[in-house]
Design a protein around this ligand. Structure first.
Ligand code: ADP
Ligand code: ASP
Ligand code: MG
Length: 405
């Protein structure tokens, strides 16, 4: 029997009625002749609620304890879902990340999956059960609970699909698929029928929260086809798969955005070999993901270096810089209220003028660009956070990405 892995996000299991709806879908997939593994997120906003409580108690909660706390959200939904499936007369078993064999490194709150021990999963499937796995969590070599970072249930699902050689991985969410822009900002955004791993990677990396970046990396690495679709309808969603000859290569497929960027500028850094390595080495040690980096032209032996980080990483970035800036004799500035807007399209590789059109569109809307970065299929601009929504709207219109017909 083919194995399919399904993942249901927080809104899809946001109450007991919705959990019963999900149970019906899972049992229908079983009745269609599949072995089903379903991964679930915590109910509704419960991860945010848990985080809020932690921060009411401590400004800087120990990360090991945060993981203990946050992992409970997914345990609640997975156990309730098992009960709902039993009510429908099927047999299911709920498993924590640890019980499901999800092994990770020790980086609490953003752990990486290092391997999956599939023995228990396969035994349970072979005994005829539907296997339900609490998303977003695993176990470290020290036998501590870890979590995989926000949106991590997507990664749990894709990693399980890869480990079990599943036929496909269905990501059930609160939208019908992957759109040409976040439908919450652009109501006229168009649902994409299919998109390549490469484009989806760029979209996830530049803020399209519909899939966690690491889940797309996994899917590409192991060739797992993803079907992103709604848990509230039977409409086909968006297939994320390997690019081939038949796939339409739009010049621009989507506009994405982020509103949680912070910009740090190191002033008058000595311009000699090894300085960038020291700065970014210190940031890496604090597990800070650095996004864009710009080094200015050197003047009188010094230069300015600017870079962006996700706002939640700002305290860790400051800690890293404080530790080294004294030795190097440099000061830094922080711009907290930044955002980023990006355009993505596989066809832009062979189409000059796309970046120029983006910059012109932003200029015409009176939006100042602070930093720019490009890849062969993406152009990103860091802009003032307050202008991000407007930027998404004007770019979506300028590149004609809306509904057709
Ligand atoms: P889940 O809880 O199911 O994991 P998420 O909130 O993580 O759901 O992701 C779904 C949300 O992603 C949508 O409600 C939508 O607002 C947002 N989103 C952002 N960009 C896009 C996009 N390009 N296409 C579809 N959804 C997007
Ligand atoms: N519950 C976690 C979060 O809110 C993981 C997930 O939903 O994928 O980020
Ligand atoms: Mg999500």
């Amino acid at each position: 029997m083919p194995i399919i892995v399904q993942k249901y996000g927080g809104t899809s299991v946001g109450g007991t009625k919705r959990i019963r709806n999900v149970a019906r879908r899972i049992v229908a997939a079983e009745n269609d002749g599949n072995e089903v593994v379903a991964v679930v997120s915590a109910m509704g906003n419960s991860t945010d609620d848990l985080l809020k409580m932690a921060h009411e108690i401590s400004a800087d909660p120990p990360e090991r304890e945060l993981d203990m706390l946050l992992s409970t959200g997914e345990r609640v939904s997975v156990a309730l879902l098992a009960m709902a499936i039993h009510e429908l007369g099927s047999t299911a078993i709920s498993l924590s990340g640890n019980q499901a064999g999800i092994q990770t490194n020790t980086v609490h709150t953003k752990a990486r999956i290092t391997g999956i021990e599939t023995r228990r999963l396969i035994e349970e499937l072979e005994s005829g059960k539907i296997v339900l796995v609490a998303g977003f969590q695993g176990v470290s070599p020290e036998e501590d609970v870890t979590t995989l970072g926000r949106g991590g249930s997507d990664t749990t699902a894709v990693a399980l699909a890869a480990a079990l050689a599943a036929r496909e991985c269905e990501i059930y969410t609160d939208v019908d698929g992957v759109y040409s822009a976040d439908p919450r900002i652009v109501p006229g955004a168009r649902k994409l029928d299919e998109i390549s791993y490469g484009e989806m990677l760029e979209m996830a990396a530049t803020g399209a929260a519909v899939l966690m970046l690491r889940s797309v990396e996994y899917a590409q690495k192991y060739g797992v086809p993803l079907h992103v679709r709604s848990s509230f309808s039977d409409k086909p969603g968006t297939w994320v798969r390997k690019e081939d000859e038949d796939m339409e290569k739009a010049v621009v497929s989507a506009v994405t955005h982020k509103t949680d960027e912070s910009k740090l500028t190191l002033l008058r850094v000595p311009d000699r070999p090894g300085v960038a390595a020291t700065v970014f080495g210190a940031l890496a040690e604090q597990n800070v993901n650095v996004d864009m980096i710009i080094q200015n032209v050197s003047e009188q032996g010094t230069t300015d270096i600017s870079f962006t980080v996700n706002q939640p990483d700002l305290p860790a970035a400051q800690k890293a810089l404080d530790a080294i800036s004294g030795d190097m004799g440099v000061a830094y500035l922080i711009g907290e209220q930044m955002g980023k807007v990006s355009i993505i399209g596989a066809g832009m590789k062979s189409y000059p003028g796309v970046a120029a059109k983006m910059f012109r569109t932003l200029a015409d809307a009176g939006i100042n660009i602070e930093m720019i970065s490009t890849s062969s299929i993406k152009v990103s601009c860091v802009i003032e956070r307050a202008k991000v929504e407007q930027a998404v709207k004007v770019l979506h219109a300028a590149f004609n990405l809306g509904q057709t017909g």
